[in-house]
Write a protein that binds this ligand. Structure first.
Ligand code: FEO
Ligand code: CA
Ligand code: CA
Length: 637
C-alpha cells in the first residue's frame, strides 16, 4: 500500500521526543547485544529470560507437523504437500441468488451490492449446525478492507479520473459480507446463496447507528444527520472479531484516505483531523459526494474510525458503531471472557508510533441470554498500553476528568476523549509502537500475541525496550502475559517472542529459535490466529521486503521450540494474507488472499498475476480460500 498510509501523525514523535524517556533497561539491552553478536547465540535465551510468567493454565499445545513450503514468489499460491486449497469466494461472486454475473468491464454499484466485495481481510466463522452426512454449515463474516482502484477498473493507466459510477462501485465493494457456507460430501466448502443470513454491508448504502458515549455529540452532527446518531456506511474494514455472543465486529482502519478537501483556516477540528491524517486523499469520492469532502462536511471524518458491530443472525438488524471502544485506525477486536465474566477486547491502532488498546465491558457476559449482551459494548473502559522497560505493562484508562483528560486540555466530555482517542492516549504517556496490527488472546493460557508489523521511521534515539530496533523493516511479535489468566487485569507483563527478518543477516537484528529453517523466518507480521490446539499462526503483509512473497507461518510459543517459525502457505504475487480462521474442529483453515496482482506499476491491464482465474483479460480477484488436509484431520498436524 501507499507509503503515506504509514507515516506517523503522532506529534510526540514528530517533535523529536523519545518514545519513552527511560529506555533500554539492562535485561533487554543484554539481549540486544546478543542479537548483534549472532542471532543463533541470542535465540538460546528465548523462552526463559523472564521466567515464571510463562506457566500455562492448560497443557502445552501440540507441536506442528507438516512439510514446510519453500520461500519464494510466483503468480500462484502454495500449500504443503498433502493439503488441498479450494476457492470459496472471489471478488464479484454472487452473495444472493439474484446477483448479476461478474463482469469486470461493466461494473455497477447495483451489481456490486449483490456480489462479494473487494480486498477480503478479516474472516470470522460462526458454526450454525451440522446436518449429519450433509456436512457442516457456518456463517462466514468477511471484511472488504479497501479497493485497489487501478487493479479493479479498466482504462486507468492514462491517469483519467474515476466516474461517479465507479466511485459508487468502490463504495459498494467496501464493508463486509455475511454468507452461509456448507461443506459438501467431498469436504469442499461452498456458498449457500439462498440462505436467510446472507448480507452485504457497504460504505455507500448501509445505515449504521452510532451508539455509546459519543453518540449525539455535536462533533458527530452533519447536514445529513443533525442527530449525530446515524451514518451511512463503514469504510476500510481491516481486521475484526466475532464476539462471544455471536456478533461480528468490523474495524474501521485507514478511514482518513477516503476524504478530500481542506478545512477552512482555524477550524476547531484542525488538530483532531491532523492527528488522524485527515484528509488522506486516496479516493476520489469527495469529488461527487459532499460528505467525503472535509471543506463541505468537516465533521464527517469524526463518524469513521470506530468499531462496527453487526448481529449476524438478523440480516435486518441495524449495525452499530460502538464509540466506547475508541476512535483510531482500528485493526482487530479479538475478545476473551475474563474470569469475572466481563469481556476483554484487544485492539491495535495501525500506524507508525501509535498504540495498543484494551476495552473491558462494564457488565459480565451472559451465556444463557444472547440478547442480554447486545449492548455490552456501549459501557466499559478503554485502556491504552504503556510498555515499561522492566517487562511491566500498565493499561492506562481513558476516562474524562481523570489525569490530563480535562477541559484544560480540550476534553469537555467522554465523547471528546473517544473522538480524539489518540490525543488522549498521547497525554497519558502510552508507548508509541512499531505499527500495531492484530492482537490475539489465548483463552487457555492468559497470554496475548501482538503483531508489530514494521516501522522504518524509528530512529536510534527513539528505540525502547518494546520497540528495540531502529529502522525496523521487518517487525516483531510481543507476548503479553495476563497475571493468573486475568484478562481484565490492568497490570500485565510482556516479552518479545521473535524479532522478524533474516536470522542469517547480522545487520537485521533478527531473533528466532535456531531451529527455524531458511523458509521459516518472515517479515511484517500482520494478522494472526490461535488454532483450536492452542498454536499460533502468523500471516504477513510486506514480506516482500525480505525478497519473498507474503504467506502464513506456524510459530511455536512453548517449550524448546519457542520462537521457531515454519512456512505453511505462500500467496501469489502482490498479495498479503489475511483472515486466518480455523473451524472449531481445526480441520479447515480459511485464508483471505488480499490484493493479488498488485505492484508498483500494476494495473487492470497489467497485473503481477491473474490469480485465481488465470484468464486473459480477467483481472486478479481477491479471494477466500479453504485449506484442508487431503487425508482429513487437523491442519498443521
Ligand atoms: Fe489493514 Fe493494518 O492492515
Ligand atoms: Ca491487517
Ligand atoms: Ca495490513
Amino acid at each position: 500500500m501507499d507509503e503515506s498510509e504509514n507515516q506517523t501523525s503522532n506529534p510526540r514523535i514528530a517533535a523529536g521526543a523519545k518514545a519513552i524517556s527511560d529506555i533500554i533497561e539492562a535485561r533487554l539491552s543484554r539481549r540486544g547485544f546478543l542479537a548483534g553478536a549472532g542471532a543463533a547465540a541470542a535465540t538460546t535465551s528465548l523462552g526463559c529470560a523472564t521466567g515464571p510468567q510463562h506457566s500455562r493454565l492448560a497443557k502445552a499445545p501440540r507441536e506442528f507437523a507438516f512439510a514446510e513450503i519453500a520461500r519464494g514468489g510466483d503468480g500462484d499460491h502454495h500449500a504443503p504437500d498433502g493439503y488441498l486449497t479450494d476457492l470459496v469466494l472471489r471478488w464479484g461472486d454472487a452473495v444472493f441468488p439474484d446477483a448479476p454475473t461478474f463482469d469486470p468491464y461493466r461494473q455497477t454499484a447495483a451489481a456490486q451490492e449483490r456480489q462479494f466485495g473487494y480486498n477480503n481481510d478479516f474472516i470470522g466463522f460462526y458454526p450454525l449446525r451440522s446436518d449429519g452426512a450433509e456436512g457442516q454449515h457456518g456463517l462466514l463474516c468477511v471484511n472488504h478492507e479497501y479497493t485497489s482502484t487501478r487493479l479493479m477498473f479498466p482504462g486507468l493507466t492514462d491517469g483519467r479520473m474515476l466516474s461517479q459510477e465507479e466511485c459508487e462501485v468502490e463504495m459498494a465493494a467496501h464493508g463486509g459480507t455475511i454468507i452461509e457456507i456448507e461443506q459438501d460430501r467431498a469436504g469442499v466448502w461452498r456458498p449457500v446463496l439462498a440462505s436467510q443470513y446472507n448480507r452485504r454491508i457497504t460504505a455507500g448504502s448501509t445505515p449504521i447507528e452510532i451508539t455509546g458515549p459519543a453518540a449525539g455529540s455535536d462533533r458527530l452532527k452533519t447536514k445529513d444527520d443533525p442527530t449525530g446518531r446515524e451514518v451511512i456506511g463503514t469504510v476500510n474494514n481491516c481486521a475484526g472479531g466475532v464476539t462471544p455472543w455471536g456478533t461480528y465486529l468490523l474495524a474501521e482502519e485507514n478511514f482518513n484516505g477516503n476524504f478530500l478537501g481542506a478545512l477552512e483556516p482555524g477550524h476547531p477540528e484542525t488538530a483532531n483531523h491532523e492527528r488522524y491524517g485527515v484528509p488522506g486523499g486516496w479516493y476520489q469520492w469527495g469529488r461527487y459526494f459532499d460528505r467525503f469532502d472535509v471543506s463541505k462536511t468537516p465533521n464527517e471524518p469524526n463518524r469513521f474510525g470506530w468499531m462496527v458491530e453487526v448481529d449476524i443472525l438478523d440480516p435486518n438488524s441495524t449495525p452499530k458503531k460502538r464509540t466506547a471502544m475508541g476512535r483510531f485506525k482500528h485493526e482487530g477486536a479479538e475478545s476473551v471472557v475474563a474470569p469475572d465474566g466481563r469481556v476483554v477486547f484487544y485492539m491495535g491502532d495501525d500506524q507508525r508510533f501509535d498504540y495498543v488498546y484494551k476495552f473491558i465491558t462494564a457488565r459480565a457476559f451472559d451465556p444463557e441470554d444472547r440478547a442480554a449482551n447486545f449492548d455490552l459494548l456501549d459501557e466499559g473502559t478503554l485502556y491504552v498500553a504503556r510498555f515499561d522497560a522492566d517487562g511491566g505493562l500498565e493499561w492506562l484508562p481513558l476516562i474524562f476528568g481523570e489525569g490530563p483528560l480535562t477541559p484544560a486540555n480540550g476534553f469537555n466530555a467522554q465523547a471528546d476523549v473517544l473522538i480524539e482517542t489518540r490525543r488522549a492516549a498521547d497525554l497519558l504517556g502510552a508507548t508509541p509502537m512499531d505499527r500495531p496490527e492484530d492482537v490475539e488472546p489465548d483463552p487457555a493460557t492468559g497470554r496475548v500475541y501482538l503483531m508489530l508489523t514494521n516501522n522504518t521511521r524509528r530512529t536510534p534515539e527513539q528505540i525502547d525496550a518494546a520497540n528495540p530496533r531502529a529502522n525496523n523493516a521487518f517487525g516483531h511479535i510481543i507476548e503479553i502475559i495476563e497475571p493468573n489468566g486475568d484478562f481484565a487485569s490492568t497490570q500485565s507483563r510482556w516479552e518479545i517472542l521473535v524479532r522478524c527478518g533474516d536470522p542469517a543477516d547480522s545487520q537485521a537484528g533478527a531473533l528466532w529459535n535456531p531451529a527455524t529453517s531458511d523458509n521459516g523466518w518472515f517479515g511484517s507480521p500482520d494478522n494472526c490466529a490461535i488454532d483450536p490446539q492452542g498454536r499460533l499462526w502468523v500471516a504477513t503483509d510486506g514480506n516482500e521486503a525480505t525478497g519473498a512473497n507474503d504467506g502464513l507461518w506456524a510459530l511455536s510459543t512453548d517449550g524448546e521450540a519457542r520462537g521457531t517459525g515454519r512456512a505453511f502457505f505462500r500467496a501469489p504475487n502482490g498479495a498479503e494474507v489475511c483472515g486466518p480462521r480455523f473451524t472449531p474442529d481445526g480441520e479447515t483453515l480459511f485464508l483471505a488472499v488480499q490484493h493479488p496482482g498488485d505492484g508498483d506499476d500494476a494495473s487492470f491491464e497489467g497485473p503481477t498475476t491473474r490469480w485465481p482465474d488465470f484468464k486473459e483479460n480477467t483481472p486478479p480477484r481477491p479471494s477466500v480460500v479453504a485449506i484442508r488436509k487431503a487425508s482429513g484431520g487437523t491442519i498443521g498436524g
